[in-house]
Design a protein around this ligand. Structure first.
Ligand SMILES: Nc1nc2c(ncn2[C@@H]2O[C@H](COP(=O)(O)OP(=O)(O)OP(=O)(O)O)[C@@H](O)[C@H]2O)c(=O)[nH]1
Ligand SMILES: [Mg+2]
Length: 478
């Protein structure tokens, strides 16, 4: 996005009321430098600004119709030969009058047309402000607007699929269903309070608790999806594990295709955890890995190295995949197994890798393969970070293992945003309190609070300034 010079324009067209101002906004929706650049204006003056720039009168009949125009500035100098499409509110992305201009992709043209919009009273849109107005005007839900952002930011096929599903409204529907259930519970408890002298079973506390338990289960499942949701967007955590000098950092660098970690023949070279993101192709699409190179494991009297080794174990414990690198030249399988026993592998995938293949004769490979299979029950892969032999095959194995940690039931909603998890946690606190309530009045109060806490997932109960904050990490023009 051409944010640098759009930022310069921001200085000149600053509006202190930010997202709360209803002034007409303008911004580029595409980077400049391509064949075409799209500029969008939205607000009460959008149509009149487009009319001034194009010297065309835009009527309702022109709604969604592309018109070829010469754009000119106020001194009648030509700006560009382009196309414009007017969208009359409420039938637009923002719900307001909106005009989209399709210009030649020159940064100079884009800047001059944008400046001309500013001359006629528009200001530069804030990040995500078009989407913000769309949500405010009921054109899409907050979760759909967030899905648009996630769609743009998606770095792998799994994150993209998740965002597309969210865009279709799946998350919003689930939360609305939960809210409707809570609303019903709230109404029933109010009825129970009003008719407390009549002993109606349907609105008694035990019956209402039963219904509430079903909602709590649903919300708890949604809460539980977040840890997996993070894997879709941030990457599947993978740690490289092994004794000093095994060739862990060499393999890490070979996989990344860059000299990221320091490599040396001195045992204990890597001290801290070195993290890097990497996209790899698996059988069903690209997966993102959050890869960690770690300190070699050994008994050490060096305090700093000890801390590093603790971090290696912690990284392995927090990973979905552990890639154990064994030194092909001087393997110590017993010692590796000892350290590996300190990590609970029950939910993890494990890869066994023997390094320095270029220095090994095939006979010793056969022997080592058999020993490793017997001790670890995993067939090892032999690699050389020197010649790159075996690296591709190992990358494929890791990618497919990572993919197996990204499975979702069809239609399952997965939370990906921290703010949403926080909202669900707060809501669950209220609902669990309601389960403990010893009378209907307290029960009804906690249910209402629990319902309100879900506001950030819906958007409609959020004040504009909070909404503005959510949109501020969108890109300009969206
Ligand atoms: N010939 C050959 N040498 C290798 C290979 N992989 C690593 N080495 C060498 O082995 C030594 C140790 O490599 P590193 O990658 O630093 O090992 P490490 O496991 O990260 O070691 P620590 O950081 O100390 O735990 C270096 O001298 C590397 O050049 C390989 O595939 N072939
Ligand atoms: Mg290292």
């Amino acid at each position: 996005m051409p944010q640098t010079w759009q930022a310069a324009s921001k200085e000149r067209h600053f509006d202190a009321s930010g997202y709360l101002s209803s002034r007409t906004i303008a911004a580029l929706c595409t980077p400049t430098g391509g064949a075409i650049c799209i500029l969008r204006i939205s607000g009460n003056d959008a149509i009149s600004i487009a009319e001034k720039l194009s010297a065309k009168s835009l009527k309702k009949e022109n709604h969604r119709r592309a018109t070829r125009v010469w754009l000119r500035d106020s001194k009648s100098r030509r700006l560009d030969d382009g196309v414009l499409i007017p969208f009359f509110g409420p039938h637009s992305f923002t719900g307001e009058d909106t005009v989209e201009f399709f210009l030649h992709g020159s940064p100079m043209i884009a800047q001059r047309v944008l400046d001309e919009c500013f001359e006629h009273g528009a200001r530069l849109a804030l990040p995500g402000e078009f989407s913000f107005r769309g949500v405010k005007n009921g054109k899409m839900t907050l979760s759909q607007a967030e899905a648009v952002k996630e769609l743009i930011q998606a770095e792998n096929d799994f994150a993209l699929e998740l965002a597309l599903e969210k865009l279709s409204g799946s998350q919003h529907e689930l939360i609305e269903r939960i809210r409707a259930d809570l609303m019903q519970l709230s109404t029933l408890s109010e009825v129970g309070i009003d008719f407390s002298d009549q002993d109606i079973d349907e609105v008694s506390l035990p019956r209402l608790r039963e219904r509430l338990q079903r909602v709590i289960t649903l919300l708890s499942e949604l809460r539980g999806s977040f840890d997996r949701g993070k894997r879709f967007t941030d990457g599947v955590p993978v740690s490289i594990f092994g004794l000093p000098n095994a060739g862990k950092s060499s393999f890490f660098n070979a996989l990344l295709g860059e000299d990221r970690s320091i490599v040396s023949n001195i045992a204990g070279t890597t001290r801290d955890v070195v993290r890097e993101k990497l996209n790899l192709k698996a059988d069903h699409g690209y997966v993102t890995l959050k890869l960690s190179d770690t300190a070699g494991l050994r008994k050490s009297s060096d305090v700093i190295e000890e801390i590093g080794i603790e971090r290696s174990l912690k990284a392995a414990r927090e990973s979905d995949l552990v890639v154990v690198v064994i030194d092909g030249v001087s393997p110590d399988l017993v010692e590796v197994k000892n350290y590996l026993s300190q990590v609970d592998l029950s939910q993890k995938s494990l890869s066994l890798v023997v390094s320095k293949k270029d220095l090994l004769i095939s006979q010793s490979q056969v022997l080592m393969s058999a020993q490793i299979l017997e001790m670890f029950h995993v067939e090892p892969l032999f690699i050389s970070s020197e010649t790159h032999e075996g690296i591709q095959a190992l990358a494929k194995q890791i990618a497919n293992q990572a993919e197996s940690h990204l499975q979702r039931k069809p239609g399952e909603v997965v939370l990906t945003q921290f703010e949403h998890v926080h909202a669900v946690d707060e809501s669950l606190k209220c609902l669990n309190r309601a389960m403990e309530a010893f009378d209907l009045v307290l029960f009804a109060t906690d249910i209402r609070h629990g319902m309100n806490e879900l506001g950030p997932l819906i958007g409609e109960t959020l004040p504009d300034d909070v909404l503005g904050k959510i949109f501020s990490d969108f890109c300009i023009g969206k």
